[in-house]
Design a protein around this ligand. Structure first.
Ligand code: G3P
Length: 215
């Protein structure tokens, strides 16, 4: 399974990249705002800066909700850097735009996906990635893992190449369960990636080895 980091924070991207386990980055307008990145020029520069830190795909989200606007913004984003993936919301105009981008060879990430039907539409339109939001389904007492399982079944049944990018990941068991269910990618906050490292038996075992080594 590929690991993406879900942040626009350059230090966190560098930290995950330095571990050697990072395959890409996803951002969204909320994550950009969290870093205080404002204004079109600054936002575009920030995407280029992120591309300079990693070797994999970097999702950059459009703000338009009409077909022409999504296409205009998406083409400008795709021209910024070869690693840019245009992130498009799961709405009718977005599906049309994903089909357009797919025909042009521009990579897309269909975001805000909460149902298997939405994921099927994204795949039919030719999305490179589909982003089911696991944590936000948890927030409304709905099982996001069933969604991952359903999308995997549909994509495998029909041979869709769209990659399942599990998003809205909040903790390590989200990552592990998505891996067990065959998600192609998990995009995670740095805290969830780092939490994968932790086990008390590792800590006590290491302490004992180091103590015994002194004997
Ligand atoms: O990739 C989408 C993700 O950033 C949403 O996460 O925690 O805001 O639901 P969250």
């Amino acid at each position: 399974m590929k690991f993406f980091i879900d942040t626009a924070n350059l230090s966190q991207i560098k930290e995950a990249q330095a571990m050697g386990i990072l395959d890409g980055v996803t951002t969204n307008p909320s994550l950009m705002a969290k870093e205080g990145i404002k204004g079109e020029a600054n936002i575009l520069k920030h995407y280029v800066d992120i591309c300079g830190l990693v070797t994999g795909d970097v999702s950059a989200e459009v703000l338009s909700t009409d077909f022409d606007g999504i296409v205009r913004e998406g083409e400008a984003l795709a021209k910024l850097h070869k690693q840019i993936v245009v992130k498009v919301p799961m709405i009718k105009e977005g599906v049309k735009a994903i089909k357009y981008f797919s025909n042009k060879g521009i990579k897309t990430n269909c975001t805000l996906v909460f149902s298997a039907g939405q994921a099927l539409l994204a795949a039919k339109a030719g999305a490179t990635y589909v982003s089911p939001f696991i944590g936000r389904l948890d927030d409304v007492s709905t099982d996001g893992f069933i969604l991952i399982e359903d999308i995997r079944t549909i994509y495998d049944t029909y041979g869709y190449k769209t990659q399942i990018l599990a998003a809205s990941i909040r903790h390590p068991m989200h990552i592990v369960n998505c891996a067990k269910l065959g998600a192609d990618v998990a995009t995670c906050p740095l805290s969830a990636i780092m939490a994968l490292l932790n086990h008390p038996l590792t800590d006590t075992g290491l302490a004992k080895f180091l103590e015994d080594a002194k004997k």
